[in-house]
Design a protein around this ligand. Structure first.
Ligand code: FMN
Length: 368
């Protein structure tokens, strides 16, 4: 059904317009009380065996929606209604900004991939904080808040920009993510270097503690798949040293490996971050490497090319306690979350592990 809709409607539209249209529909359905209850009842995760504890939070499932889909926190309940058990909003920057000029999102349908150079288009930390403050949640879902640097802010003032966002947003975040890995803000990924990352994460930690003193908001960092292996290790060591709660691996890639021969070369060469199926292998490698380094000391979140329950299962075996996706949602549609939960529960049942927690990192532990 969705495949037909995708082919006949969305695929013929500009990808960004299609995103806005689909997201508007989701939000509309979520505003109708009887309808949203019906949809949520059909799509919400209800497999007891998928219940997960992570970052001090209780979740119905390890599977959620990655950052970038709901940049301004306008549709959390609609996304929760579709079965995403956690929704990571953002990236939100200190100040509002329009992002890069359009056209900035491209579909590589044959490769089940996307390229984007959105450039953190968002309403800014003040507006998003106000929205979250006035929100009355309809569905219980974990809300992660992903923060990044305002483009116009010079690199030597980056910490202050992140701190501003953290202070405003931490009170409404179930967890907070420092995004230093988008390829679409010049210089952003340089912040992944440990010398830059250490003061940044320490300052954001302090800001979160200041503005949400009643509880310790879990703090995570999101990294790029393009880091060299030694740099992945360095970030892992730093995370342990600083007592960080988690690492999200990975953001989109600037590499163009793993693309089939099917997408038009002009599309493949568009500047931006590549996501979806071609990212799968590298994201999994980075995750595995992180788990080998940090083990159970830090919560790992696996994202990048997760298309189906088997992919999610492989992330769990490689060390992920939580798993996220974005691109496959575009191609699979509104029943994707349900299929993921159903498939994951089935995968666990046929595995040698009694619980999901037992499966986390099992592949890495046996090969270590
Ligand atoms: C259109 C688009 C926008 C994105 N925007 C953000 C963002 O604002 N912040 C962020 O941390 N990641 C962003 N991402 C990256 C995703 O959160 C995710 O890390 C990446 O797409 C890999 O997952 P996937 O292969 O399941 O899409 C974006 C991805 C896409 C496709």
């Amino acid at each position: 059904m969705y495949k037909i809709l995708f082919t006949l409607l969305f695929q013929r539209m500009d990808p960004e317009q299609a995103h806005h249209l689909a997201f508007r529909w989701i939000r509309r359905v979520a505003r109708v009380p009887g309808l949203r209850t019906f949809v949520a009842a059909a799509l919400a995760p209800r497999h007891k065996e998928l219940r997960t504890e992570a970052l001090g939070l209780r979740l119905h499932s390890p599977f959620g929606l990655a950052a970038g889909f709901d940049k301004n926190a306008v549709g959390i309940d609609g996304l929760a209604m579709l079965g995403f058990d956690h929704v990571e909003i953002g990236t939100v920057t200190g100040e509002p900004q329009p992002g890069n000029p359009k056209k900035r999102l491209f579909r590589l349908v044959a490769d089940r991939a996307l390229i984007n150079r959105m450039g953190f288009n968002n309403e800014g930390s003040l507006a998003v904080a106000a929205r979250l403050a006035s929100r009355t949640p309809v569905f219980r879902t974990v809300v992660g808040v992903n923060i990044g640097k305002t483009k116009a802010v010079p690199e030597d003032e980056a910490v202050a920009d992140y701190v501003k966002s953290a202070e405003r947003l931490a009170p409404y975040a179930d967890y907070l993510v420092v995004n230093v890995s988008s390829p679409n803000t010049p210089g952003l990924r340089d912040l992944q270097a440990v010398d830059h990352l250490r003061p940044l994460l320490a300052a954001v930690r302090e800001a979160a503690d200041r503005s949400a003193p009643a509880r310790r908001v879990p703090l995570l960092v999101k990294i790029a798949p393009d880091l060299a292996d030694e740099d992945v290790d360095a970030v892992a060591d730093l995370a342990v040293e600083l007592g960080l709660d988690g690492i999200i691996a990975t953001n989109t890639t600037i590499a163009r490996e793993g693309l089939g021969l099917t997408s038009p070369p002009a599309l493949v060469q568009e500047t931006g971050g590549l996501s979806g199926a071609p990212l799968k292998a590298r994201s999994l490698d980075v995750l595995r490497r992180l788990y080998a380094r940090v083990g159970d000391r830090i919560t790992l979140v696996g994202v990048g090319g997760v298309e189906n329950a088997e992919d999610a299962w492989q992330r769990i075996l490689a060390g992920a306690t939580l798993v996220q996706g974005y691109s496959a949602f575009v191609y699979e549609g509104p029943f994707w979350g349900r299929a993921m939960h159903k498939g994951l529960a089935a995968r666990l049942r046929t595995s040698p592990y009694a619980t999901l927690a037992d499966a986390v990192g099992a592949d890495v532990r046996t090969t270590a």
